[in-house]
Ligand binder design. Structure first.
Ligand code: 13P
Ligand code: SF4
Length: 397
């Protein structure tokens, strides 16, 4: 294994430009062998740390090389102690690297699951191992709690694609049309919305609000592709915004064609932030949790997850018999979250997320409305293979 070999198969937008690889996995600066040495932090891989973390390592040994464990283990042990001292929980999104997801995450899942648990946890401190809009959602749902994010710059191309002012202009152009905002948006945008959705309930929420308002048109923002994919699942007319996920917009239908030739028989699962032509040729599509559940349930021999790289590692931990092909697009924002960042945040109680009270109050109504939408209106996931449907696309003039 040549750890210095520069990576040529792993694609990621911006920020992280030095990637190395060991045969199968992307290695990200700040993660893996390139992380700060424990000695820098006066943390050591002592016999006590080894004893406390050995059992954890057994769970993740297929996705974390043994040589890296002595770097991670002291942080994992120290974070576990700090969590107790601070009465804290770590909410870990499915895109976290496995040393975070499996080893320090107390609550793990997709955006919807994390939002639900943020509202429920009795802990007084939440550390959001995810991006900024997720931490804002947690703070809005739990205003009395301290919400920390290890890196304030962990943003999202969708959340930064639209402002509250843009939403006001859309509403003015379409009076009496309800606004569904994807949780990948700022608190200000949520505050302008009638209800939020995530990729796991976007279709259900859109149909629910249309029925509540007795209308046949719904504004679904800011993800053009999610909205277009919702449009293929409903007879409602969808109006949307020209925002894209910089990770998922890179997958193409011809990628899938090539992958199917190279890996005959592999199942192709896609996130609904991918363009509609990708979903039209995928075998299944759904939120990160729906993709993980699909693998758990169907136990495919070989699978291709068209989503962020770390998902495959995390799903592989509980599905060792499945072979994961990794077309691998990394989210530069999610990758800002590191074990060291989580440790520092807890140690110094830093990077507290605050949401202005009036905005938080209005955004909370939209999020709580989403949480109250009855599930099971439609099966989880998107039906793939559907033809594209016309939508109305808006953008800043
Ligand atoms: P999920 O809600 O499916 O976890 O998606 C969040 C996200 O940011 C995907 O890019
Ligand atoms: Fe945002 Fe895309 Fe990253 Fe998800 S993967 S946080 S949508 S940029």
């Amino acid at each position: 294994m040549n750890r210095e070999r520069s990576y040529n198969g792993c694609r990621m937008a911006q920020i992280i430009d030095t990637l190395t690889t060991d045969a199968e996995r992307c290695v990200i600066p700040g993660h893996g062998a390139l992380a700060a040495k424990p000695a820098d932090r006066e943390l050591f891989y002592s016999a006590e740390v080894a004893r406390a973390t050995d059992e954890l390592y057994v769970r993740v040994r297929d996705v974390i090389p043994a040589v890296e464990w002595p770097v991670y283990a002291p942080y994992i042990h120290a974070i576990s102690q700090l969590k107790q001292e601070r009465d804290a929980v770590v909410l870990a999104h499915n895109y976290m690297t496995p040393e975070i997801f499996a080893c320090v995450g107390d609550i793990r899942g997709d955006s919807l699951q994390l939002a639900r648990e943020a509202a429920r946890t009795p802990a007084s401190v939440i550390v959001q191992a995810g991006v900024h809009f997720m931490a804002e959602t947690s703070k809005i749902l739990s205003p009395e709690k301290t919400v920390l994010i290890p890196d304030m710059a962990a943003g999202c191309s969708l959340a930064s694609a639209i402002t509250g002012e843009d939403v006001r202009l859309m509403k003015a152009a379409h009076p009496n049309v309800p606004v569904v905002s994807y949780v990948n948006s700022s608190a200000e945008v949520k505050a302008e919305s009638d209800v939020c959705c995530t990729s796991s309930n976007a279709v259900q929420v859109t149909e629910w609000i249309a029925a509540e308002w007795d209308v046949d048109r719904v504004i679904v923002i800011p993800d053009e592709y999610l909205a277009r994919n919702v449009a293929t699942q409903t007879s409602l007319r969808i109006i949307t915004w020209q925002g894209h996920c910089e990770v998922h917009e890179r997958f193409t239908a011809s990628d899938i064609e090539q992958l199917r030739i190279s890996y005959p028989g592999a199942l192709v699962l896609a996130h609904p932030e991918c363009p509609p032509d990708v979903l039209s040729v995928a075998d299944f599509a759904g939120s990160t949790a729906a993709l993980a559940d699909y693998v758990e349930r169907e136990r495919p021999k070989r699978v291709i997850l068209l989503t962020e790289c770390s998902m495959s590692d995390n799903v592989a931990v509980s599905n060792p018999a499945t072979d994961f092909v990794r077309p691998c697009n990394l989210c530069p924002h999610m990758k800002r979250i590191t074990l060291q960042g989580i440790y520092d945040a807890l140690l110094e109680m830093k990077h507290e997320v605050v949401v202005e009270a009036q905005i938080a109050q209005r955004a909370r109504i939209a999020i709580e409305r989403m949480l109250s939408v009855p599930l099971g209106l439609k099966p989880p996931g998107f039906t793939t293979g559907r033809a594209a449907v016309d939508v109305e696309l808006m953008s800043r003039a």
